[in-house]
Design a protein. Sequence first.
Length: 396
Amino acid sequence: MRFAPLVDRIAGKGAGAWAIHMAALQRRDSGRDVIFLTVGDPDQSAPQPVIEATVAALRQGRTGYAPITGAPAVRDAIARRFAARTGRACTADNVVIVPGTQGGLFAVLQCLAGAGDEVIVPEPMYATYEAVVGVSGARIVNVPLRSELGFHPDLPALAAAITPRTRVLWINSPHNPTGAVLTRAEVEAVAELCRRHDLWLLSDEVYEDLAFARPHISPWSLPEMAERTVVVSSLSKSHAIPGFRLGWVIGPPDLTRHLFNLLLCMLYGGPPFIQDGALAALTRELPEVAMLRETYRHRGALVSRRLRAAAHCRVIEPEGGMFVMLDVRGTGLGSQEFAEGLLEREEVAVLPCDGFGPSAAGHLRISLTAAEDTLEEAAVRIVRFANGIHPDGRKR
């Protein structure tokens, strides 16, 4: 039997990024004591007010259909929160509820780009981006981010990548996998490129509450950008509730009307009880959010400090998010080979970053979503493994 051409476009290079994670799961299932530092799944408990509100909604029978683009009260709460953060007008008409940031990015790309268009994305990039662009029929155009510059954007290279076919420029800050947080000057420069060339600016802000080197800057906050900026975010990371799949798209009303039509034929709205629970997070500043940010700041500094003892490796300390990048090129091993050896000999699972783009080749992404003592032990094992490798890649 034959399949549609779509199946090839959704199986990009990023799909193979999880091979180590799957191998680690098999080892764990066979009884091995594996330390998982692969997936950005928060290890903390969700805020109690969110859980209580969700349970209360279930007990009240809030299990029917919700409005296609989300409950008005939830959309209004997101708009008010976003307007307060950015200093720019935002109303419920600008907001659409989607199943997490991933679902939002997928839906948005279907409405912004199509066959013959180009979407510029700096790389390394989150592993699913390539397939999301592929599904739309557009072509992804990658612009390298250099490890030696902390994976901050090369603005002249971004400008040079723009062609008459370019439709969207896509940024992500705090950045996954590298942890880089764009400066205000960098966001302003990207915004100016979009204004000059009449481009959409798509901003993945799922880690917005986990920026700690400098404040997160949304391009929506800049002059003359609301008409061409689309922001996608969620409560998954900031409130440790990725299983809720509660995210949103913020954009011009013309876009949200198109998203209504797409969601109508795809999802038919999200669970009302989940949206009721989210209101508890969206209508107040919960102390758990600030605690999460400080936890990841501390964990990032701790792991970075410990990994500096790893021979022939270089740590890129995160400016935000929940990952540390480790450059292992000096060991003589590729990142896949290093990760496989680390899992085999030390029972630590981390992600090799080759699937995130060529600029991440030779790097590992180490998740900070484990207790401090577990991270300490994992760092000891990583250093031990690295120190047992000759510079030519042979194990001692």
